[in-house]
Design a protein around this ligand. Structure first.
Ligand SMILES: [Cu+2]
Length: 473
């Protein structure tokens, strides 16, 4: 991404042609000497407005380098581990070869300090994805970046696109994420000095000093520059560890076109909530002026903030600008429906996964089990399985399944294809999974603190084997 957040001229031109109504121009295939992205994970110091923060990042940048690819082609990325710890890279949402999934102890061994690992994998589906470390609390440092997979026959007409990566930030400003996890583990559910609003916070527990858009705090906001009348696609990624965001663009309604990479029937709303690990794409025709793009940290009385500017002289709104759209019509999962081509077959069987909390408030369970002796779902290749996600705890859990996308199913209708779904307290949601990618896959809460406090299970193929049963996170 360049400093304007504009991901590439190639995508711009493709979108422009599509918007003019011409036949979608195939994007030129990747050159034969396919480019290898180098991702050096190492300690570094970044600037966050007026502050400096020591952190761990890829290529000394937060977010890490933007990776762009075209659906059906091969991505090559070399991880160089300069961290004082093991690490991996998980390619979140990609229907990937399990050996490239970056799930330590499940699909690959972690890369040791000083080591390298070549991630080479096909990206089968276009869409908005991201990558991040999957070791311990590393994802709550700066170890994440956007992965955008272009559609060679992009059917959506738009003039240009911007990638918006949201994050909650504490590393180097309030200790490290490991310190925060230790404090949380030592605290009680009533200790408000650590937790945002104790368990009443529901969407996330921790107070973070800053909330970021593309690595920038509100005091030095990211500015997305365009022109009045342009039809712009925003790709929003929630890379936060413990924060759901409510997103709105001042003065505009937004038409949501994709979630978790997959297209859905377009829905026009004022705002949407994006859980950790989720992605939404929306399209807006921009007015003339300077507009606040706000991602309010749900339940935390703080926000991430950026500017969308289409007029050079327009006065920039302040970072605390009132954005009435935040209280307007909100997107729900029931609003979304996958394309018919993406509908999954009817499920052959149903299984329930109960999302639970132990009384300490610091231990999170799937079917009563935790990471050390995890829930193990078994599926057979080719079948569709319905999983009923039954949240019997007082917090939100954005559940993420590796290696697959699933389809939400409501009482009388189908829903969107997704790989991460937010389940609210006391809520039940049905997801159908087509077992088309054999492996032993992580199935876990994408609140990183919950993940590290036990909320990690597996979905594997065939009868449980000794190997599968003895694998450990
Ligand atoms: Cu959770």
């Amino acid at each position: 991404m360049d400093d304007t957040g504009n991901v590439s001229r190639r995508l711009f031109v493709t979108g422009l042609l599509a918007s003019l109504g011409s036949a979608p121009a195939p994007v030129s295939a990747a050159p034969a000497h396919a480019h290898t992205h180098v991702l050096r994970a190492r300690p570094t110091t970044i600037t966050l407005g007026k502050r400096k923060a020591a952190t761990w990042a890829y290529e000394d940048k937060v977010p890490g380098p933007l990776i762009q690819a075209t659906a059906g082609t091969t991505v090559r990325a070399r991880l160089v581990n300069g961290l004082p710890a093991d690490t991996t890279i998980h390619w979140h949402g990609i229907r990937i070869d399990p050996r490239m999934d970056g799930a330590p102890g499940y699909t690959q061994a972690p890369t040791r300090q000083g080591g390298t690992f070549d991630y080479v994998f096909t990206v089968p589906d276009p869409g908005t994805y991201f990558y991040h470390s999957h070791v311990g609390m590393q994802n709550d440092r700066g170890l994440y970046g956007a992965l955008i997979v272009a559609d060679p026959r992009e059917p959506l007409g738009y003039d240009e696109e911007f990638t918006v990566v949201l994050d909650d930030w504490l590393d180097g400003l309030a200790g490290t994420p490991d310190d925060a996890l230790r404090r949380l583990n030592a605290s009680t559910t009533h200790d408000d000095s650590i937790r945002s609003t104790a368990l009443g916070g529901v969407a996330g527990e921790l107070r973070h000093p800053l909330y970021l858009v593309n690595g920038r705090p509100p005091e030095t906001p990211m500015t997305f520059r365009s022109r009045p009348g342009k039809r712009v696609r925003f790709r929003v990624i929630n890379a936060a560890a413990d924060t759901a965001f409510r997103v709105a663009l001042g003065g505009h309604r937004m038409t949501v076109t994709h979630t978790d990479g997959f297209p859905c029937r377009p829905v026009t709303v004022d705002t949407f909530i994006i859980g950790m690990g989720e992605r939404y794409d929306f399209v807006v025709t921009l007015d003339a002026g300077a507009f606040p793009l706000v991602a309010a940290a749900e339940g935390k009385a703080a926000r991430a903030f950026a500017l969308v500017r289409t007029a050079r002289r327009a006065v920039a709104p302040p970072s605390d600008a009132k954005v009435t759209q935040l209280d307007g019509r909100m997107l729900t999962y029931q609003d979304l429906d996958a394309r018919p081509a993406d509908h999954l077959p009817r499920p052959a069987k149903t299984t329930t996964v109960t999302l639970g909390m132990r009384p300490s408030g610091n231990e999170w369970t799937l079917n009563g089990r935790m990471t050390g002796d995890p829930m193990r779902l078994r599926v057979d290749r080719g079948e569709t399985v319905r999983i009923v996600l039954d949240n019997q705890s007082p917090m939100w859990h954005p559940m993420h399944l590796h290696g697959h996308t699933f389809q939400l199913r409501f009482a009388n209708r189908r829903g969107p294809r997704k790989d991460t779904v937010n389940i609210k307290p006391r809520e039940r949601l049905n997801i159908d999974v087509l077992a088309d990618n054999p492996g032993e896959w992580m199935f876990h809460c994408h609140n990183l603190y919950h993940q590290e406090q036990g909320m990690m299970g597996t979905l594997g193929y065939g009868p449980a084997t000794r190997r599968a049963a003895t694998m450990r996170h």
